[in-house]
Write a protein that binds this ligand. Sequence first.
Ligand SMILES: NC(=O)c1ccc[n+]([C@@H]2O[C@H](COP(=O)([O-])OP(=O)(O)OC[C@H]3O[C@@H](n4cnc5c(N)ncnc54)[C@H](O)[C@@H]3O)[C@@H](O)[C@H]2O)c1
Length: 125
Amino acid sequence: MSDDVIVVTGGSGFVGSAVIRHLIRESEASVVNVDALTYAATPASLAEVEGHARYRFERIDIRSAPELERVFSAYRPTAVLHLAAETHVDRSITDPRIFVTSRGRSRTKHAALGPFPPTFHVMAQ
Ligand SMILES: NC(=O)c1ccc[n+]([C@@H]2O[C@H](COP(=O)([O-])OP(=O)(O)OC[C@H]3O[C@@H](n4cnc5c(N)ncnc54)[C@H](O)[C@@H]3O)[C@@H](O)[C@H]2O)c1
């Protein structure tokens, strides 16, 4: 096990779950999946990592700054892969606001720049 701790937001989605399976298989990093489990999530795609010693799951909405700060304080990640987002474009016709707020860039960035800044921070959007 290495000292690396990687927070993956949206880790229960299409891209995030593949990234987490890859990280657990191919690295020695610990991985914290931060996901609200919306309609878009596919938790079954993480079956192979459930219960793994280096895998943790936090069911939180990235729009909640206090919850993000709690996660960053608790795990002190060395890297963040920010993949959580509203991605089903057809839904933007009926409610475009959630596409703006669920991107959560400012809150994730704010938490990442807090007292425990990671050395590496990637956003997919
Ligand atoms: N899938 C692609 O081909 C593709 C291509 C280019 C870029 N991207 C980008 O990669 C990222 C991930 O895409 P995807 O296809 O895995 O999306 P997805 O819809 O499969 O997964 C999104 C995940 O984010 C979670 N989520 C949504 N809102 C949340 C919130 N407020 N708080 C916490 N979790 C929340 C959902 O529960 C879900 O698990 C997106 O930013 C997308 O724009 C995807």
